[in-house]
Design a protein around this ligand. Structure first.
Ligand code: HEM
Ligand code: HEM
Ligand SMILES: [Fe+2]
Length: 444
């Protein structure tokens, strides 16, 4: 690494890994419950497991984004981080909020509203914490020697993500209005501003790993950002079809969300083309695998599988079924999990000075994880299609259908085991790297 203060990113990455493992534990609890083995029901009911699974996912990804920003922004601004101490305080505060929320969920302290379940008092702490974070990276860029497109897009994405947390904190009496604004957070995050964060991290990694001129890589970043906003903002309408909002959303949501896959296709073509042009000869090949894999898998999970149920004629049948879970897993995996794992794979050797990317394990981890996730997605798809036909077309009872698809969750759990083996290998490699050290600082 270039600057000593970049090492603070390690704290965030390590926390990400820990929370990721915990998220998977809750995934298995639900997987088994869906198979009919809900043995933990009295201690961890399904709703607590689900909330924990989802919020852990969001927190560990945000933690990964923060780590990425603490690593990238000083390097792009060509100076030390504004305050390393503040970053440590901000990390500690984030961990305290996350642990409190997680324990609270197990005791029924939550708000409902999928993805936004964190109780209100903790929301305020999240806001303060994120403001500290934005201030720290913002000041680093502001006082830096140069302002690059990559860091501007990254900071814009992070700031917009912070602002878009607010609509989820307003209380409404009407269920429709509440749902309407919940999507401002959930949809505009993953299909809007998080894409900026993903695009910027990807651009940074492609610059480092392919050796191609920054100008070329950053020029395409603008195009992707343009496509994202053009399609993603009004694409929010694909969540407004059947929640009580006016009918014109069927058209607006259908048309604009159908264009969203183009942004993801752009991202995939971008990563593949740049990697091929660069000759794939960077020694840290596996970091490039994760980067290019992110482009490709996000197109499949978000673009292709998103499109599969985004038209109102289809969504009429699939809304809120296991089809949604199928898409949710692969989209989150391809776009955001993979970009964080790519960043970690690139940054660890830089921070520790150890080049452990050469062995068989990192590459096997990459393939096993991805094959596992493809398997899970397939199993969710089979369960989802069966559910839609039995429950919505034939009109069978909800619970009878849940029982009928139990067998498919055996498939989900088997594939999830494979994914978990890959993740454990990744984390093992992470631990092998050890802690960041001063010898790894360039020039020392
Ligand atoms: C990386 C980007 C994406 C992620 C992480 C993602 C993730 C998710 C998640 C978690 C849900 C469930 C939300 C909830 O019920 O609270 C969802 C719903 C949905 N997504 Fe995506 N998505 C992404 C991109 C897309 C794209 C590009 C499209 C369309 C082309 C799309 C179409 C949909 C639709 C139609 C639903 C509603 C499903 C229903 O009615 O139950 N998504 N997505
Ligand atoms: C490896 C073990 C995992 C297992 C066994 C698992 C299983 C499950 C189950 C059973 C559900 C609940 C579906 C329902 O509501 O009935 C769920 C929800 C969810 N999981 Fe996982 N999961 C795992 C890993 C992951 C990973 C790695 C991610 C991120 C990429 C993820 C993201 C999600 C999302 C976004 C939802 C909500 C889907 C929706 O909106 O319907 N899970 N998971
Ligand atoms: Fe959406």
């Amino acid at each position: 690494m270039k600057f000593r203060s970049q090492r603070v990113a390690y704290l965030f990455f390590a926390t990400s890994m820990l929370l990721f493992l915990l998220q998977i534990v809750f995934g298995f609890i639900m997987g088994f419950a869906h198979m009919g083995f809900d043995v933990l029901h009295d201690y961890i009911p399904f709703n607590a497991a689900r909330t924990s699974h989802l919020n852990l996912l969001v927190v560990w990804l945000l933690c990964g984004f923060m780590g990425a920003a603490y690593y990238i922004v000083p390097e792009e601004a060509d100076r030390e981080l504004y305050s390393e101490k503040l970053a440590v305080v901000q990390w500690a505060a984030l961990v305290i909020v996350a642990v409190t929320a997680l324990i609270g969920f197990q005791f029924g302290w939550w708000e409902g509203r999928k993805f936004l379940e964190i109780p209100r008092p903790l929301d305020y702490l999240v806001v303060i914490d994120v403001l500290l974070f934005i201030f720290n990276v913002g000041m680093t860029a502001w006082n830096g020697k140069r302002f690059t497109t990559t860091s501007i897009v990254l900071l814009l994405g992070l700031t917009a993500a912070a602002l878009l947390y607010l609509p989820g904190m307003i209380t409404f009496d009407s269920q429709v209005i509440d749902s309407y604004f919940r999507w401002w957070v959930v949809h505009l995050w993953v299909e809007g501003v998080w894409e900026l964060i993903m695009g910027a991290i990807m651009a940074f990694l492609l610059i480092k790993l392919t050796g191609i001129d920054r100008e070329v890589i950053e020029k395409w970043l603008y195009v992707i950002v343009g496509f994202t906003f053009l399609s993603g903002i009004l694409g929010t309408g694909h969540h407004y079809y059947y929640i009580g909002t006016p009918e014109y959303w069927l058209w607006i949501g259908g048309i604009f969300s159908a264009l969203e896959p183009l942004a993801f296709l752009g991202m995939a073509l971008y990563a593949v083309t740049m990697a091929r042009r660069g000759g794939m000869n960077h020694p840290n090949r596996v970091a490039l695998f994760w980067t290019v894999g992110c482009g490709v898998m996000s197109f499949v999970g978000a673009g292709f599988l998103g499109f599969a149920h985004t038209l109102p004629q289809v969504n009429l049948w699939t809304h809120g079924t296991i089809i949604t879970a199928m898409h949710g897993h692969m989209a989150f995996w391809g776009a955001y999990v993979m970009v964080v794992l790519a960043m970690i794979t690139y940054a660890l050797p830089q921070m520790t000075g150890r080049k452990l990317f050469d062995g068989w394990m990192p590459e096997w981890a990459f393939w096993i994880c991805n094959i596992g996730m493809l398997g899970m997605t397939g199993a969710f798809a089979v369960a989802g299609i069966a559910q839609v036909y039995m429950e919505r077309k034939i009109g069978m009872d909800f619970l009878a259908v849940q029982e009928a698809v139990e067998v498919h969750f055996g498939g989900v759990v088997l594939a999830a085991c494979l994914l978990t083996v890959g993740v454990l290998m990744f984390v093992f490699n992470f631990i092998q790297y050890g802690l960041p050290n001063d010898e790894a600082v360039a020039g020392s």
